[in-house]
Ligand binder design. Structure first.
Ligand code: C2E
Ligand code: MG
Ligand code: MG
Ligand code: MG
Length: 285
């Protein structure tokens, strides 16, 4: 394929200086193949939602976060880290995100029919591109309506990247989602992005997710403990609940609990898994 690359370089570069990097060419081809496969995956419904429990201080399951997986016919189960970025760059995140939204609403509607699951919440990740799409609010309203899902139990996880531009538009949109549709709003990966505290007070948030990077060393690193404590205090003063992500050990859970955190998500309580295996009642510990 180095010969092929030379040939392409010659064909393209008759009268101009030509820079060629075979590694880059390979990457371009891999991406093109990935894009093609993603389109196929949409047509053939190869995506699945995995659910990870979110629990309270007694390890009682409050609900779940839905995390997408790609059940590839040849490559097996593929994690989002391998395809979400390309999906965003190609715009395919819009139909993929739409599928996630509809599937989550259908799941909430199924849960509603059984006493043990009727009050569970379900959080989905919404990419900035999807959130800014002009049809998004209508899409959410329609997905809820068609599935018959309890709107207040659907949570949209957004990230601080939405606050980089058009903050007024973002706030207006959040207000509509919250006050007209009644869905919950959660700020994912909090502390890693760009949010300024002055924006935070303007956002109609129900929840902040303390990023895993502050959790992983919380029982050993006083700086991480101080940040966690500050975020939890901030949540309390704004009446926004704080959930810690990536809780893997009892020591981390105890350090968070001691600082007033009452909601947790992480391997300690359960890994993301197929919907049929989702635990109800107590999880983990
Ligand atoms: P996220 O929303 O911050 O999700 C949490 C990630 O941390 C998940 O990775 C989860 O499996 C992982 N995790 C949970 N508990 C632990 C723990 O105790 N330890 C460690 N080491 N990791 C833990 P996952 O499922 O690979 O998803 C990665 C990211 O992909 C998500 O980060 C989210 O940004 C994105 N993503 C996932 N599903 C969707 C989706 O449906 N739509 C969009 N737009 N993005 C998605
Ligand atoms: Mg998330
Ligand atoms: Mg997160
Ligand atoms: Mg994260």
């Amino acid at each position: 394929s180095a010969d092929m690359a030379m040939y392409k370089a010659k064909a393209a570069g008759k009268n101009r200086l030509f820079f060629f990097d075979p590694a880059m060419q390979t990457e371009v081809e891999t991406r093109a193949a990935l894009e093609r496969d993603l389109r196929q995956a949409l047509l053939e419904q190869q995506f699945v939602l995995y659910l990870q429990p979110q629990v309270d201080q007694f390890a009682q399951v409050l609900g779940a976060e839905a995390l997408i997986r790609w059940q590839h016919p040849k490559r097996g189960l593929i994690a989002p880290a391998e395809f979400i970025q390309v999906a965003e760059e190609t715009g395919l995140i819009l139909p993929i995100g739409q599928w996630v939204l509809e599937e989550a609403c259908r799941q909430l509607a199924r849960w509603k029919n059984q006493a043990a699951t009727a009050s569970l919440t379900l959080a989905i990740n919404v990419s900035a591109l999807q959130f800014r799409n002009s049809a998004f609010i209508d899409d959410v309203a329609r997905a809820i309506g068609e599935a018959g899902a309890p709107a207040s139990q659907l949570k949209l996880e957004i990230t601080e990247s939405l606050l980089l531009e058009d903050i007024d538009g973002t706030i207006t949109r959040m207000q509509t989602l919250k006050s007209e549709l009644g869905v919950g709003l959660s700020l994912d990966d909090f502390g890693t992005g760009y949010s300024s505290l002055s924006y935070l007070k303007q956002l109609p948030l129900d929840q902040i997710k303390l990023d895993r990077s502050f959790v992983s060393d919380i029982d050993r690193n006083p700086n991480d403990a101080a940040i966690a404590e500050a975020v939890i205090a901030l949540g309390r003063s704004f009446a926004i609940s704080v959930i810690a992500e990536g809780v893997e050990t009892d020591e981390q859970r105890a350090a968070l609990l001691a600082r007033g955190c009452h909601a947790f998500q992480g391997f300690l309580f359960g890994r993301p898994g197929p919907i049929a295996e989702f635990p109800v009642g107590q999880s983990g510990r």
